[in-house]
Every structure is written in structure tokens, then in C-alpha cells.
Design a protein around this ligand. Structure first.
Ligand SMILES: CC(C)(COP(=O)(O)OP(=O)(O)OC[C@H]1O[C@@H](n2cnc3c(N)ncnc32)[C@H](O)[C@@H]1OP(=O)(O)O)[C@@H](O)C(=O)NCCC(=O)NCCS
Length: 154
């Protein structure tokens, strides 16, 4: 299994994968234009021509980045792919020099197993809420906010 940066040709499949889970209420839907515009944020895992998993690391501010749109196709789950994608995001955050990574998710124990800890959503800066305003659940968000502090100097 190889984690790679996404390419333009991956976008239709990433869009389908993300919105499959969004339709089930597990994550936020993404438009094709959002994915194209942020393509440099995304990692994918491919199996031949097929995109079986993706995620994005989006920088919010000097000390903060978000893991977004983490999705692993149902027939490829529980094989460590989601975990490897989280690790790739944390590693990229370290390379960029970002101190803290956060996510908003229902998969709390999954993220806790990587050292993330729960925080009150209100502790996140307002800047990261721009997407929340367009979410159908706003303002009754039931996702959990978790953060991971990277070791200094990594
Ligand atoms: C959440 C999600 C990304 C996890 O992806 P995944 O590839 O299944 O994740 P992993 O395989 O790395 O780990 C999942 C679990 O399988 C276990 N696992 C990993 N490799 C395994 C293996 N070879 N055999 C059995 N179990 C395994 C892990 O220990 C982990 O256990 P946990 O549920 O107690 O945390 C995936 O379920 C998903 O896409 N869900 C739908 C979308 C979603 O909810 N995304 C999160 C939005 S932030």
C-alpha cells in the first residue's frame, strides 16, 4: 500500500468516495470544485486505477492544520490504510512546521489511538468554522473535535 499525493485524474473518484460517506452522514460533503481547488492538500491510496482511500491536510493558520475528508472504501477498511493516511498527514504537518493538527469527526476512538485528544469545539479558532456555516447540521454540530500536538522541533 502506497500513500501518494493526489493527482487531478483522481478527483472524480475521490469525490465519489467522500460523498458516499457524506450521504451516510459520516462526513462533510465536498464539491468537485472544492477538491480541485485544494488538490495539493490531498493524499490518496490507489489500487491499480482505483482510488481506495483519501484524506487532506489543510493548513488553517501558522500553528494549526486540519485533517479533512478521511475516507477508506468499505472493502478496504480495517487494514491499516486509514491509520497510514493519518500518519502521512501528521508527518507532513511536521515537515511544514505546524504545531497542532485537529479534526472534527465521529471516529473518536480511531483518532485517539493516534494520540489525538478531545477538546471543546469552542476552543478552536473561529477561522476554522468557515465550512461549518455551510454545513446542513450548523449550528447543531455533533462531531467531536480532537487535537494532536506535534513534538517541538519535529
Ligand atoms: C474511519 C476510517 C477512515 C478508518 O479507516 P481504516 O482504514 O478502516 O482504518 P485502520 O484500518 O487504520 O484502523 C481501523 C481499525 O481497524 C483496526 N485494524 C487495522 N488494521 C487491521 C487489520 N489488519 N486487521 C484487523 N483490524 C485492523 C485498527 O486497529 C482500528 O481499530 P479501531 O477501530 O479500534 O481504531 C474508515 O472507517 C472510514 O473511511 N470511515 C467512513 C468515513 C469516516 O467516518 N471518516 C472519518 C471522517 S474524519
Amino acid at each position: 500500500m502506497k500513500i501518494e499525493k493526489a493527482r487531478i485524474s483522481d478527483v472524480p473518484q475521490m469525490h465519489q468516495l467522500i460523498n458516499y460517506f457524506a450521504d451516510k452522514g459520516k462526513m462533510l460533503a465536498r464539491s468537485l470544485s472544492e477538491i480541485y481547488e485544494n488538490i495539493r492538500d490531498y493524499f490518496v491510496v490507489r489500487q491499480g486505477e482505483r482510488v481506495i482511500a483519501c484524506t487532506a491536510l489543510h493548513v488553517s493558520w501558522s500553528d494549526l492544520a486540519e485533517i479533512k475528508s478521511l475516507a477508506v472504501a468499505e472493502d478496504s477498511q480495517k487494514q491499516g490504510i486509514g491509520g497510514k493516511l493519518v500518519e502521512a498527514c501528521l508527518s507532513e504537518a511536521g515537515e511544514l512546521g505546524v504545531a497542532t493538527v485537529f479534526c472534527l469527526t465521529y471516529e473518536v476512538s480511531f483518532f485517539e489511538s493516534f494520540g489525538f485528544s478531545q477538546i471543546d469545539k469552542m476552543e478552536l479558532p473561529r477561522k476554522v468554522w468557515t465550512e461549518c456555516y455551510v454545513c446542513p447540521k450548523f449550528p447543531n454540530c455533533d462531531e467531536v473535535a480532537l487535537i494532536y500536538n506535534l513534538p517541538a522541533g519535529v
